[in-house]
Ligand binder design. Sequence first.
Ligand SMILES: Cc1ncc(COP(=O)(O)O)c(C=O)c1O
Length: 418
Amino acid sequence: MSLIAQDSKANITARFARHVSSGKVDFFQQFGVDVIFGKREGVYLWDLSGQRLIDCHCNGGVFNLGHRHPRVIAALKRALDELDIGNHHFVSEHRARLAERLTALCPGDLKRVIFGVSGGEAIDTAIKLARGYTGRGKIISARGGYHGHTGFALATGDEFYSQPFAPLPSGFAQIPFGDLDALDAALDDDTAAVIFETIPATMGIVVPPDDFFAGVRARCDRAGALMIIDEVQTGLGRCGDIWGINTYGVIPDILVTAKGLAGGIYPITATIYRDPLDEFWRQYPFIHVSTFGGSEVGCYAALEVLNILEEPEFLPHVRQMAELFRAGFARLQQNHPLLVEVRQRGLMMGLKLASPMLGPLMTLAGLKMGLLTIYANYDQSVNQMLPPLTIQADEVAQVLDILERMLRWLEQTTHVEK
Ligand SMILES: Cc1ncc(COP(=O)(O)O)c(C=O)c1O
């Protein structure tokens, strides 16, 4: 018997409201959204009603390889024949192997890894390392950036999500993203690190100019502060290179990767850091632990993800699909004045609409018409478009077709003249 749809949507929703989150159920019901994902495969997701959607949200890059990539599933099944999560206090053959392979994909001397379970945890680890190594306290992040909802990660982010949990850890300062003058003003002798997403997703897929990160790097070097780059969404091929920051030609001191690292089949994340920073952990090898971080079975799933990413045709394919989207978006823009701006680096894409109420409407239109795209939380005029990197040309054409219909529906609903 299938694990999917063992009960009616109404019963599942009632049980979810009773035992998991009544607030979420109320939120969705208010907008008439009753979607519950069941079957999933490749670029597609199916609602329990049978409706098929193309996943252009992918949980922010978790499903970079599409849903349930057969090779990643096979690797995990194989690992389960012999391994379990392992004991995190001891030397591990499997964590060593994955760390070696992962760092071989990193530029410069980013050669060391601490594994975790969630992106927030991996960001917390990066901030711990920056403070421990530099002996300084201040952490500078972008206003409207997002690095997760755990301890230090929460403190880097928006007040709406952190204030109910005050008092927060001290020493966190925020500046406008992309503003090097503001960075100059904020950096001081007590700055441990500057942390940015390469392309802030929750802010609305804001693609910084090509020379921005070189400016950040130079300023961090002058101030003796570390540069932490959050590649949780932009990494693992999303921007047409292994790391989004590679497309800016800059090497950070610490790089965080998460979501897609084990293909959406197993939770595993990594905080990757430069050799000299290891001086800190050498003094305190047992000061940071994560029982499930770098689970040995998860390492196997992640190794298979890296095998796929390293295939010679993988990144060129991402760039080809990105060009198809670029051309398609340009056509959509010609016919639909509501689509005011396209933001794109590889398959990290955002569609900016004429007003903030249109993003959520676009999400609703997608749910009706078969496309999962979610508006950016901090700029609701932007819809995030992160399709699986394995998407094929005919599927790109389907996405563009559905987008055309969504935009037409939006124009009719909001009475915008062509
Ligand atoms: C850019 C970025 N960093 C960090 C995180 C936190 O990851 P997690 O939800 O796995 O803790 C997220 C999650 O959406 C993210 O988008």
